[in-house]
Design a protein around this ligand. Structure first.
Ligand SMILES: [Zn+2]
Ligand SMILES: [Zn+2]
Length: 258
């Protein structure tokens, strides 16, 4: 299984995950051109992919979906409510509704040699989910855009060999920063975004000795920076060994291959 991020942050998200045989994009919140360029760096083409999985309908996750879907006709997978919300997105343009496949959280499905499972997360969207991928005995999980988590999510993500998780903001930076009150309240809320500190707790709840890589992603441009996210998580993990990397905002991150 291979995983890397093509772009990650409040401006746009797109993650690649796949095996030799089966390949997916998770979210398409950057332009189709940037997706093409990112995949090219990985010696891949969009047409090599078997589908696009959408976590939720926010712009930074679906901005490029219309163009990419028209250009390549890839199947799109999302929950029914997310699909409805994506269709309502004003910049989507005309898309072939037949390409959209409705999935349900906690109902794993198989495509090629990958079993995919969506799990519910707390976020201010129609029906947001995160995804886990299993192939053979390898598990990779991608979870961004949630304000908090509970035992359910820990159980779903537990034991991931590769984990991509949100470290959105530093609480102090957000509190003293320029955002208006309502926005601060939204981000800090249960359905907002995960702080560096809470992200560290989640990782220690999920990671096992078998965890081979953790990416920190979806960093806020205004309320976080790479070094701070990395240090906060590293220090509170009490684990020098765990390979940790901050996913790049505007470029392809390093590839983890197991
Ligand atoms: Zn987002
Ligand atoms: Zn969001």
């Amino acid at each position: 299984m291979k995983l890397t991020s093509i772009a990650s942050g409040s401006d746009g998200n797109c993650i690649f995950v796949g095996t030799q045989k089966t390949k997916f994009l998770v979210d398409c919140g950057i332009s189709a051109k940037r997706v093409e360029e990112g995949l090219k760096e990985l010696n891949l083409k969009v047409s090599d992919c078997d589908g696009i999985l959408i976590t939720h309908e926010h712009t930074d996750h679906v901005k490029g979906l219309g163009v990419l879907s028209r250009r390549y006709g890839l199947p799109v997978f999302a929950t029914g409510k997310t699909i409805d919300a994506v269709f309502a997105y004003k910049n989507l343009g005309k898309v072939d509704h037949g390409l959209f496949h409705s999935i349900e959280a906690d109902h794993p499905f198989q495509i090629g040699d990958i079993t995919i499972e969506a799990s519910k997360i707390w976020h201010d969207a129609a029906d947001p989910v995160c995804y886990s991928f299993r192939s053979g005995d390898v598990k990779a999980s991608i979870a961004t855009d949630f304000g908090d988590y509970d035992e359910y999510l820990v159980e779903k993500l537990y034991g991931s060999d590769i984990l991509f998780v949100e470290a959105n903001h530093d609480v102090n930076m957000l509190q003293v920063g320029p955002y208006p009150y309502y926005l601060k309240k939204r981000i800090l809320g249960r359905k907002g975004h995960l702080s560096n500190e809470r992200c560290a707790q989640l990782i220690s709840d999920i990671a096992t000795k078998g965890t081979k890589k953790v990416y920190l992603g979806h960093l806020s441009k205004e309320n976080n920076y790479e070094k701070l996210a990395y240090q906060t998580v590293r220090v509170s993990l009490h684990n020098e060994e765990l390979p940790l990397e901050v996913a790049k905002r505007d470029a392809v991150s390093s590839v983890t291959s197991i």
